[in-house]
Design a protein around this ligand. Structure first.
Ligand code: BGC
Length: 705
């Protein structure tokens, strides 16, 4: 019966029901975020969050656990679209098998400021990297017949006053930076849904912004799915429907009545209702529930845990490795310092949280990974965590969704540290942080900066271990950048493991022992200090004014976000965009650039070191300065090599469409590719350019958005 439903057959009341979610209390699957309404026997389509895995509640009897994959900032650190696509597919399968038709992920906002509380849910400071990783993610999810929902469209780069703040951005910056990942994902992956954001954009709530949702998204980019609102976003459902926000989430009966009344009073043309109802109807018809798929409730969690491991393994970024401090011998004796060995953060908080079947913290990972952990030392930390967090701290590790301040790290005396230095080969110090939805990180000790006790711990451990010629390694278990410059010289090696998901401990152990050769690179700059960030130059630029309760935030820095800013203004970052070391070394050779209707770039990457490894080669283009002021260089292509044994070569061939070289000219309302000389810069990071070549465009090319 439901199969034949067409919009023309529905009453006004039924059509409006299609435009409004079924509200919280009707949720049939514990922990999902919302559902569509059961109009005329159509199934209710359930929606669950991501983006680090399916977020449903395994409580009270731990049914429905879902794999905790590494957080998106770590997925982007892999620079490996094939791997991300496989992760997306696994998430899609888990959604489908638990009866969920819509996955509310990925988040593709830009890392504009390192203190944004949701940066871990987003991919990158660079729109191309964010866009390409999003394409892979969405293709993966949708390959199993579940909708992906890139979010939050658009210009939602902070959590402070996220539901009301008015983001002021010029059109060029919007199109080149903040809309770009959405444009890429819409054109290349055809998501079935997009989630509009909470904030206003240049004066209008995005969910009520016809320019954004209809002109740009549909007319220019050809989007053919549904737009849903973020949960409770906006202040006027009538304006939302007019603007092209097809589905209002989580929805309420009151909104249904309001829309029906508005049509009856002539405030809302029924044409708008028909338009969105038709889209939602088509959308529902694509979902597994409509197609009669019976949820198995038994996704292949075993296989997916392997994938969670693999994705985390490729997303680890080796930030420092002096004198080949790493890898350690597989049976090395290791003194583990820091409560983060027990309270390892696997994921972020808020809607991006996950409830996996199990979780391996760093301590257990090292114990099981062959390393000889100093059990006496670790037991001191275990007892300390129990005392401070309560006996059921292990349970909290699985379920906790609340933020806890880092514990003071004055746990062992200097004499004790000396003893551990005498009987171990290396020290591993874990520094952990977390962040989440609804609040931004803080530029204080204990969040962006080390606490005094963390700093003392690093100092004392380095002093005692170095006195005996032993190495000191720091593991950064953080959601986004922290300050590193003031302490990094004290230690020999730093591995950045972000929030690595359920396999955290195994991955850390395998990186320490070299079973994993780190091959991740930074998708976001580690500035020397957060105050170097261009957005930090004035409070009106972040988090907005008035400072005690921001109503307006201006994207003052324009297109100069991340490396575009540091490069342009000659500011030295702590670790630049695209940076990441390996246990082996790579050389780049034989760059060839040819140009016809696109730019073809080819070169070789050779493993000239001692270990098998993968390299991420990056292609930046420096454009001529035409009528617009431009970044020094912009990422235009990248490729992760296959695993190369020592001596092996990978021949890389990449294509850049000429249109991708364009800048947006606000005054003319056109994308313009300037004529003149372009430089192709191939490198191992944005500041480690190994090969360059030039080409010339004789004619300017311009085109409409
Ligand atoms: C978040 C979204 C999320 C939604 C549903 C909102 O508060 O901003 O990212 O998908 O809740 O849980």
């Amino acid at each position: 019966m439901s199969r034949d439903i067409r919009v023309e057959d529905l009453s006004l009341e039924e059509k409006v029901q299609l435009l409004v979610g079924a509200s919280w209390h009707l949720r049939r699957i514990h922990g999902t975020a919302g559902e569509t309404r059961p109009v005329r026997g159509l199934p209710m389509v359930a929606m669950a969050d991501g983006p680090s895995g399916i977020r449903i509640e395994p409580n009270p009897i731990r049914r429905w656990p879902a794999t905790a994959f590494p957080v998106p900032i770590m997925l982007a650190s892999t620079w490996n679209p094939e791997l991300v696509e496989a992760v997306g597919r696994a998430m899609g399968e888990e959604a489908r098998d638990y009866g969920i038709g819509v996955f509310l992920a990925p988040g593709i906002n830009i890392h504009r400021h390192p203190l944004c509380g949701r940066n871990f849910e987003y991919f990158s400071e660079d729109p191309l990297l964010a866009g390409k990783i999003a394409v892979a993610y969405v293709k993966g999810v949708q390959s199993v017949g579940v909708a992906a929902t890139p979010k939050h469209f658009a210009a939602n780069e902070q959590e402070t006053n996220r539901t009301t703040v008015d983001t002021i951005v010029d059109e060029r910056t919007l199109r080149e930076i903040y809309l770009k990942p959405f444009e890429i994902v819409v054109k290349e992956a055809k998501p079935w849904a997009i989630m509009s954001s909470y904030n206003k954009l240049n004066g209008k709530y995005t969910s009520q912004n016809e320019w954004l949702l209809t002109k740009v998204l549909r007319e220019e980019w050809g989007f053919d799915g549904i737009v849903m609102s973020d949960w409770g976003a906006g202040d006027n459902p009538i304006e939302q429907v007019k603007a092209g926000n097809d589905l209002i989430m989580p929805g309420s009966d009151e909104i249904v009545s309001r829309l029906i009344e508005a049509v009856k009073r002539g405030e809302l043309s029924e044409d708008y209702v028909n338009r969105s109802a038709a889209r939602v109807l088509e959308f529902i018809k694509r979902t597994p529930a409509y197609k009669g798929y019976k949820p198995t409730n038994a996704p292949n969690l075993k296989e997916h845990s392997k994938l969670a491991y693999e994705a985390a393994a490729e997303g680890v970024v080796l930030l420092k490795n002096n004198n080949e401090a790493l890898p350690l011998n597989t049976n090395a004796k290791v003194a583990l310092f820091g409560t983060g060995q027990i309270e390892t953060n696997r994921g972020g908080l808020g809607s991006g949280h996950t409830h996996p079947r199990y979780f391996i913290n760093i301590l257990d990972g090292l114990r099981n990974g062959g390393l000889r952990v100093d059990e006496e030392l670790s037991s001191i930390y275990v007892n300390y965590v129990k005392e401070n967090r309560g006996e059921d701290y292990l349970c909290a590790l699985y379920y906790e969704e609340a933020y806890s301040e880092p514990l003071p790290q004055d746990v062992v005396s200097e004499e004790q540290v000396r003893k551990y230095a005498e009987r171990n080969d290396a020290a591993v110090v874990v520094i952990s942080r977390n962040s989440g939805e609804g609040w931004d990180r803080r530029a204080i000790k204990g969040d962006y900066y080390l606490t005094d006790s963390e700093r003392r711990l690093i100092e004392v451990v380095s002093k005692q271990f170095h006195a005996l010629g032993r190495r000191v390694i720091v593991v950064l278990n953080v959601p986004s950048p922290i300050e590193v410059v003031s302490w990094r010289d004290l230690v020999d090696a730093i591995i950045l493991v972000w929030l690595p998901g359920q396999e955290a401990g195994r991955v850390v152990a395998d990186v320490l022992t070299g079973r994993i050769n780190p091959s991740g690179k930074l998708p976001t700059t580690f500035p020397r200090d957060w105050s170097d960030v261009p957005a930090a130059k004035a409070v009106e630029c972040y988090p907005g004014t008035p400072p005690d309760n921001p109503k307006v935030v201006k994207y003052c820095e324009g297109v100069y976000v991340g490396y575009r800013y540091y490069d342009k203004y000659g500011i030295e970052p702590a670790y630049e965009f695209g940076f990441g070391l390996s246990y082996t070394r790579f050389e780049y050779r034989n760059l060839r650039v040819t140009i016809d209707d696109s730019v073809k770039v080819s070169f070789d990457v050779i493993n000239v070191g001692k270990y098998p490894g993968k390299e991420i080669a990056q292609v930046y283009v420096k454009a001529p300065q035409g009528s617009l002021d431009k970044p020094v260089q912009e990422l235009k292509a990248f490729k992760k090599t296959r695993l190369l044994n020592p001596g092996e070569v990978d021949h890389i061939e990449l294509t850049i469409n000429i249109k991708e070289l364009a800048s947006f000219n606000d005054a003319k309302g056109l994308w313009i590719v300037d004529k003149g000389e372009y430089e192709v810069r191939v490198g191992a990071s944005s500041r480690d350019i190994r090969l360059t070549s030039k080409f010339t465009l004789n004619n300017e090319i311009s085109f409409k958005p």
